[in-house]
Ligand binder design. Structure first.
Ligand SMILES: *Cc1c(COP(=O)(O)O)cnc(C)c1O
Length: 372
């Protein structure tokens, strides 16, 4: 059977294969395996691409969130507001600091953090809010920034939105953001990698120090730190792929528009709800997420998978309904928009190289599955 994957990493590799091999040879010859010239070149290139002063390459996206929070003054016992509907790592980074994730609901249309709900969740112990730029578009950071008390910092989780802007602003601009280069992200490495993006030189220096055993020079330890650094080989991959990211994101936008058109009849018939783009967003479609309204979502996913279509669910449970975070004390009904989304959402295959024929087959198979 002809498979249509959720993400086609092989097709993405073929576009950069020669450049990556040449870069790997450079790293092997120079033996700069951790840090080094390739990492510096990528950090500069990604900061320029993202419109921020500084990019600090780190080991993965979860570390990036943790480092950005620590550099923003979050410590043990503090509260950090995070959306109830996110990849679990957002809450995980908070928990690893010894801080407490306080959850807030999302907006029903875009599934992005509801700024009002986030502001309502702020209390005397709150040190930060983490808006997550989910599925490839940005949450409303400006609205949050306008209403938060000075002692509460915004740390953006930009793992899913490489290349996105909202009202012309990119993640980390005027503040601090964390991103992940996990292989399946819009900009993916060939292993784990991540970065912190910021215009704040002080916080950038702190991130660099904490991620390098507490100091930027060898055997100098100004603050307690750990090890979270970017590898030279990953930097080679990332710089090669970065040169194609804008084109890849444009191809994703075109594919998303094609899905919108192909799914219009199912949407009119009330069988699916199409994804909503929030105002001001240049969406980069990390995921194309529809909501199944007229059928059992898990059964629909099962039928798509059985036909060789890599449909997924991002994510099947909101944070408060996972066993790991039961101790936070929330229950079903606390975050109705996040809960309803978790029951209905379905991610369709989307990557820059997807063809109109593949998309037609996805939609035809989905229509069959919805018929039962
Ligand atoms: C992928 C992701 C992360 C974590 O990144 P890793 O590189 O896997 O550690 C954090 N937040 C969100 C929203 C993500 O999608």
């Amino acid at each position: 059977m002809n498979q249509i994957p959720l993400v086609d990493l092989k097709a993405a590799h073929e576009e950069v294969a020669d450049e990556v091999r040449a870069g790997f040879e450079r790293v092997l010859a120079g033996t700069a395996f951790v840090g080094g010239e390739e990492v510096r070149l990528f950090e500069r290139a990604y900061a320029d691409f993202g419109g921020v002063a500084t990019c600090v390459g780190v080991a993965n996206g979860t570390d990036a969130v943790e480092l950005a929070l620590r550099a923003s003054g979050v410590g043990p016992g503090d509260e950090v507001v995070v959306p109830a509907n996110t990849f679990i790592a957002t809450a995980g980074a908070v928990a690893r600091i010894g801080a407490r994730p306080v959850l807030a609901d999302c907006l029903p249309g875009s599934h992005l953090l509801d700024p009002r709900a986030a502001l309502d969740a702020v209390g005397p112990a709150t040190r930060a809010v983490v808006p997550v730029h989910l599925y490839g578009q940005m949450a409303d950071v400006t609205e949050l920034a306008g209403h938060l008390p000075d002692r509460v910092r915004i740390v953006e989780d930009a793992a899913q939105c490489q290349g996105a802007t909202r009202d012309g602003r990119s993640p980390g601009s005027g503040g601090i953001a964390a991103t992940s280069f996990y292989p399946g992200k819009n900009l993916g490495a060939y292993g784990d990698a991540g970065a912190v993006l910021t215009d704040d030189e002080e916080r950038a220096a702190l991130v660099r120090a904490i991620a390098n055993h507490g100091g930027v020079a060898k055997y100098r330890h100004d603050v307690p730190g750990f090890n979270s650094r970017l590898d030279g080989l990953q930097a080679v991959v990332l710089r090669a792929k970065l040169a194609r990211l804008a084109d890849g994101n444009a191809a994703r936008r075109a594919a998303a528009a094609r899905y919108d058109a192909l799914l219009a009849d199912l949407a009119d018939a009330g069988r699916v709800v199409l994804p909503v783009t929030a105002p001001g967003n240049v969406h980069v479609w990390h995921l194309y997420v529809v909501q199944v309204t007229g059928a059992d979502r898990d059964a629909v996913v099962g039928k798509l998978n059985a036909e060789g279509i890599g449909a997924g669910v991002h994510y099947p449970a909101p944070v408060h309904l996972t066993p790991a975070y039961r101790h936070l004390g929330y229950s079903r009904g606390d975050f109705p928009h996040a809960e309803q989304a978790a029951d209905r959402i379905l991610s369709l295959p989307l990557y820059p190289q997807i063809t109109p024929g593949q998309q037609q087959r996805v939609v035809d198979t989905l229509a069959d599955a919805l018929r039962g």
